[in-house]
Design a protein around this ligand. Structure first.
Ligand code: ADP
Length: 700
């Protein structure tokens, strides 16, 4: 190694420049123990740092064969240290997270070597620490630590070992042992030792160079032998680090601030769970929520009613919180409405007129006593003496609904069909028509008679007589009612009960109807499209509204969902910013406290990429933990929210679905945060040389 006109000056703002090295020229042999001595501040460490590529010179040349170290880029210097140099520092600079074996193996791993156990054992034997492989470095004495450092320096068989005050922290006897060991090692390599201990230098050194004020004032045996060719930079290996080691060192980063780490994780998890919840909430889609609730429902019917929304003259509420300021008034459904609904929907739609048809009593009640007796005889049996409305059914519908029929369905507005339940009353009391009473023995006996389907109330009553053409058995006839109570049977049908106690008529019986019974479809796409088309109409003055137990309370919620969706989105952004700042700050602080370790790793030859890998691994694992906990937090909050709504309204509206997009957003945001928290501090200290990094880390 030839050193020519080497100069290094430290310029610090506000102070006069310090000439640490002034024009040094000398040559170092390929092997032997060379001591650099001198008083404190004479420039020894500066010289060592320049020779080992830990720092860069201002002027001059350091020739290794044909290669001038002063002309190399920082990453080439990293490769030079990785391939050619071993280091022994005064403070040992071992990595406390790794045990003895791993500390030593690190030097080999950085060169891409995987299995290094045998080499580590043999080098430990060489430094007198056989059997210490699994020891934690923190549990060792100073002398032992320095031996581990020496083992780490020589395990990769470097051409040069640099030792900066290697005995500075050791007692005299231990120091002597270390010098002996270095002397031994210098038989087949160059060992350069910086020391202020001139006695030991004289005793062990093959050559002693003394510095004073940045100049060589003595050199015990100057040599100017031509230095043989050293390996070219192209053969120097760039550092590589196995993922396992990177994770181990990276994760150890956070343990220095355990309380702060727990607080940060808790805060980040709360914030990101809230963010996840807010993202989920901002995805709430009333259409699919409604469609899902209806699809899940069995038996599969829901009701459509039409309303007319008019401005509420007394409206004072705040529109922001969802009140539309309208009053909804029920309105009738026309034939055209029904046609339009049917064109949008693949399943059956039955028009219904809800009128209390009590005039039918006039046709039944031939003898009230007879009916009363029947009630007494069969107290558990229900007899219909009124009807609650009209429904338009086709023959196909009757069989689809599982009903059976005697006679036929009405063909025009003068004809009707009635339910077997009503016929039972005629069987007991007889049927009155035109003042005459006809006994009814079989259901068919009613067919052909006219019965009154008007509303009693007007005086005098005007009869609305229609001819019965058919009797429909809906499964609630007398024979069945004896076994199954009518109401139990009917209530078991839930919405299906809407088909009972009706007069069955043709669709042209009325021009306008009150509601539609819609058969649910099992087809999600059709149901969603239908619900969506119903909701779309809500912008207009007249629109349909869906009714079903499973979606109770829905219409009260829709306006607030729209408002809260936006609100949640804003909350999410604010919360994310808070979580972001905390997390970046935590990762960055942890990183800063590791500046010294970063310096040690770069001194060992780890280049920028390896440093990023190490610290990114740690940060990503932290991020992964936060992500996993936040996903759980989001799921819990979403479920609690979901079930409280379901409990509150007794419906089936699962408002929040666990959207995979939420996972992607959450994951990217956490990753972005931790990556930024890692990269920023590394970038900040990137400009410093390894020595400066170590010093920066030690100053704190
Ligand atoms: P030694 O190792 O012999 O004690 P150094 O090489 O550490 O001496 O320092 C040589 C001179 O350079 C000293 O005056 C010291 O104060 C100065 N010096 C060393 N490092 C720096 C630095 N990073 N910034 C400014 N001055 C420095």
């Amino acid at each position: 190694m030839q050193i020519k006109n080497l100069k290094k000056t430290y310029n610090k703002k506000g102070t006069s420049p310090v000439f640490a090295l002034r024009d040094l020229t000398f040559t170092l042999p390929e092997r032997g123990l060379v001591f650099i001595v001198g008083r404190s501040g004479s420039g020894k460490s500066t010289l060592l740092n320049l020779l080992s590529g830990l720092d860069s010179a201002d002027e001059g040349r350091i020739l290794l064969g044909d290669t001038d170290l002063c002309k190399l880029s920082p990453s080439q210097l990293d490769a030079y240290r990785n391939s050619c140099c071993g280091f022994v520092f005064q403070e040992y600079d071992l990595i406390p997270e790794l045990n003895v074996e791993d500390n030593i193996a690190l030097a080999l791993e950085m060169q891409g070597q995987k299995d290094s156990h045998d080499e580590v054992c043999s080098v430990l034997e060489r430094v007198g620490l056989k059997g210490y492989e699994k020891r934690k470095v923190l549990e060792m004495s100073g002398g032992q630590k320095q031996r581990v450092a020496i083992a780490r320096a020589i395990v990769k068989d470097p051409k040069i070992v640099f030792a900066d005050e290697p005995t500075g922290s050791l007692d005299r006897a231990t120091g002597e042992d270390i010098f002996l060991l270095l002397k031994e090692l210098s038989k087949d390599r160059l060992v350069i030792v910086v020391s202020h201990d001139t006695d030991s230098a004289q005793k062990y050194g093959d050559r002693v160079i003394e510095l004073e004020d940045g100049r060589i004032i003595r050199d015990s045996s100057p040599c100017d032998t031509k230095v043989s060719r050293s390996p070219l930079p192209a053969q120097w290996k760039r550092s590589k680090l196995p993922l396992k080691t990177a994770i181990k060192i990276g994760c150890s980063n956070f343990k220095y601030h355990p309380i702060r780490m727990i607080a940060t994780i808790v805060l980040a998890v709360i914030a990101f769970s809230l963010l996840g919840f807010a993202i989920n909430a901002s995805f709430i889609d009333p259409t699919s929520v409604t469609a899902d609730a209806l699809l899940k429902n069995d038996p599969p019917y829901f009701i459509l009613k039409k309303v007319n929304a008019v401005d509420d003259p007394n409206f004072t509420a705040d529109k922001f919180f969802g009140d539309s300021g309208k009053i909804e008034e029920a309105t009738t459904i026309t034939k055209a409405d029904i046609d339009a609904l049917r064109s949008n929907y693949p399943s059956k739609i039955y028009p219904v007129k809800e009128i209390f048809v009590n005039a039918v009593q006039l046709s039944i009640v031939a003898d009230a006593d007879q009916l009363n007796k029947a009630y007494e005889l069969m107290p558990d049996v229900y007899f219909a003496t009124t009807i609650n409305g009209f429904i338009a059914l086709s023959e196909e519908d009757i069989y689809k609904l599982g009903y059976s029929m005697k006679g036929r369905l009405p063909l025009n507005a003068d004809e009707i069909a009635i339910e077997e339940t009503l016929v039972d009353s005629f069987k007991i009391a007889g049927l009155r028509e035109d003042g005459k009473i006809y006994p009814i023995t079989n259901s068919e006996d009613v067919i052909g008679h006219k019965i009154d389907v008007g509303v009693l109330g007007n005086i005098p009553h005007v009869a609305n007589l229609k001819t019965v053409t058919g009797i429909i058995d809906t499964g609630c006839s007398l024979s069945e009612r004896e076994q199954n109570h009518y109401f139990t049977k009917v209530s078991a049908y839930e919405n299906c009960a809407k088909f009972h106690e009706k007069v069955y008529v043709t669709e042209n019986f009325f021009d306008e109807w009150d509601l539609c019974i819609c058969e649910s479809t099992k087809n999600k796409k059709s149901m969603t499209a239908f619900v969506s088309s119903v909701f779309d109409q809500m912008k207009e003055e007249e629109y349909f509204k869906l009714q079903h137990d499973s979606i109770d309370g829905l219409y009260g919620m829709i306006p607030s969902i729209v408002v809260y969706r936006h609100l949640f989105a804003y909350v999410a952004i604010i919360v994310f910013i808070i979580a972001f700042v905390f997390l970046v700050n935590f990762v960055a602080t942890s990183m800063r406290s590791q500046t010294e370790q970063i310096g040690i790793l770069s001194a060992l030859g780890a280049d920028f990429k390896q440093l990023v890998k190490i610290y990114l691994c740690g940060a990503l694992i932290l991020g992964l933990a936060i992500f996993a906990l936040s996903v759980i937090g989001t799921a819990v909050s979403a479920t609690v929210f979901d079930y409280s709504i379901i409990k509150m309204y007794g419906n089936q509206l699962h408002m929040i679905s666990f959207d995979p997009i939420m996972l992607v957003i959450l994951c990217s945001m956490i990753a972005f945060t931790v990556v930024l928290g890692t990269i920023l501090p590394i970038l900040r200290i990137r400009k410093y040389s390894p020595v400066e990094k170590i010093n920066l880390g030690r100053i704190k």
